[in-house]
Design a protein around this ligand. Structure first.
Ligand SMILES: *Cc1c(COP(=O)(O)O)cnc(C)c1O
Length: 423
């Protein structure tokens, strides 16, 4: 066994912390990680994010910095920008946002004033906090108008979105979300944004890797702005990017710095550059297609076992299960599955009668297991473990959970995770 990985300096300086990192490596190796927003980065991405680039301040942009000594940093950031532009086919990319939420805040700063009306999908329908939901700064400082999905289909109702947009005239419309199992219709959103005079922002945080790999339609040229994290299906470090046509470049750059942030995290910029290089390889197209094929196969296996899936299935990497028919609350199921070595998160389902902290659903996804090399032939086993785990959760059968945990660990041992193999 190669774990824990060697961290000699860390182990010598701070053995307590080193032990915790080692335990996390072991946990990530042994468990079946089904959280759709997570992934395993490569060893190369890990190495880039742990470099001396960490030591450098670089406020500003390549060629226009407020600090000297940028000979190498400028080249690194330009590399990341050029790779983003090439991969996504965009005219402009900003790779400095610290994460997805600050990236979205920068969009507000670029295109709206406090008090303006903005529109996005409601959080309990599958949107993101930063799309104008009440508890978020974006819902407190802006008038958040929220759309959802239809109760009967689980799909976005574009007549409703259009009607709302024409009535409320938002400055910004967000499309994309955190629990959307279906293809996002960017042309339909673009038409509505045009009719209502709004800036359309495609927040593709979850599906950026699928777009890069050709497994989901691109928001280019439909969206005015593309916002994305880099750490979900794109398989990069924790970070974000904003992309657009040249016409919005200045406004976005000014909003990120100096509008919202100080110095960029250069070690993250470098790791983003590496991830974009990896995502440009032909093998990443295979990866993206395999993520979707696995999700579809897993959805079919779950449906065959009587699970209720929001929208009836999936087009992408994500499945949202409504456990109401199984009579097990989402949180109870999620916690039991965790004890069985299957890591998921509990989630609201559209029109959930239960509370957000104790909802009816569980959200799962296939990016991580696909990174480990699992294929469609393994999805029956995964569905069976979930089924047995949910049943055991309802029955309080801890022994059954322990049996699943051992079976999961055995399969995981045969499919070592990228980044977790000492080389
Ligand atoms: C994950 C996500 C974000 C936020 O990213 P953080 O890096 O967690 O701040 C924003 N929008 C969408 C749609 C997301 O899925």
């Amino acid at each position: 066994m190669t774990l824990p990985l060697p961290h000699p300096a860390l182990s010598a300086t701070d053995p307590e912390l080193a032990a915790l990192v080692g335990a996390e490596e072991q946990l990530q190796a042994d468990t079946l990680r089904l959280i759709p927003s997570e992934n395993y980065v490569s060893r190369a991405v890990l190495e880039a994010s742990g470099t001396v680039l960490q030591n450098k301040y670089s406020e500003g942009y390549p060629g226009r910095r407020y600090y000297e000594g940028q000979q190498n940093i400028d080249k690194i950031e330009r590399l990341a920008i050029d790779r983003a532009k090439a991969l996504f086919g965009v005219e402009h990319a900003n790779v400095q946002p610290y994460s997805g939420s600050p990236a979205n805040l920068a969009v507000y700063l670029a295109f709206a004033e406090p008090g303006d009306t903005v529109m996005g999908m409601a959080l309990p329908m599958g949107g993101h906090l930063t799309h104008g939901w009440g508890v978020s700064a974006t819902g407190r400082w802006f008038q958040g108008v929220q759309y959802g999905v239809r109760q009967d289909t689980g799909l976005i109702d574009f007549d409703e979105v259009r009607e709302l947009a024409l009535k409320e005239r938002p400055k910004i419309i967000f499309c994309g979300g955190t629990a959307l199992p279906r293809t996002i219709d960017f042309p339909a959103f673009a038409e509505i944004a045009r009719e209502s005079g709004a800036v359309l922002v495609a927040d593709v945080a979850h599906i950026a890797g699928l777009i890069a790999g050709g497994a989901h339609p691109s928001p280019v040229p439909h969206a005015d702005v593309i916002s994305t994290t880099t750490h979900k299906t794109l398989r990069g470090p924790r970070g974000a990017m904003l992309m657009s046509r040249e016409e919005h470049a200045k406004a976005l750059d000014k909003a990120v710095f100096p509008g919202l942030q100080g110095g960029p995290h250069n070690q993250t910029t470098a790791a983003i550059a590496v991830a974009l290089h990896e995502a440009a390889q032909p093998s990443f197209r295979d990866y993206a297609r395999a993520v979707v094929a696995n999700a579809r196969a897993l959805a079919d296996e779950l449906l065959a076992r009587g699970f209720d899936l929001v929208s009836g299935g999936t087009d992408n990497h994500l499945i949202l299960m409504d456990l109401t028919p199984k009579d097990v609350p989402g949180k109870v199921a999620a916690k039991a599955l965790d004890r069985a070595g299957i890591v998921v998160n509990y989630n609201t389902v559209p029109y959930d009668p239960r509370k957000p902290f104790d909802p009816s659903g569980v959200r799962i996804g296939t990016p991580s297991l696909t990174s480990r090399g699992l294929g469609t032939q393994h999805m029956a086993a995964v569905a069976e473990w979930i089924d047995r785990g949910v049943t055991a959760a309802g029955a309080g059968d801890e022994d059954a959970l322990a049996v699943i945990r051992a079976e999961v660990a055995e399969l995981m041992a045969a499919f070592p995770a990228p980044g977790l193999i000492a080389q």
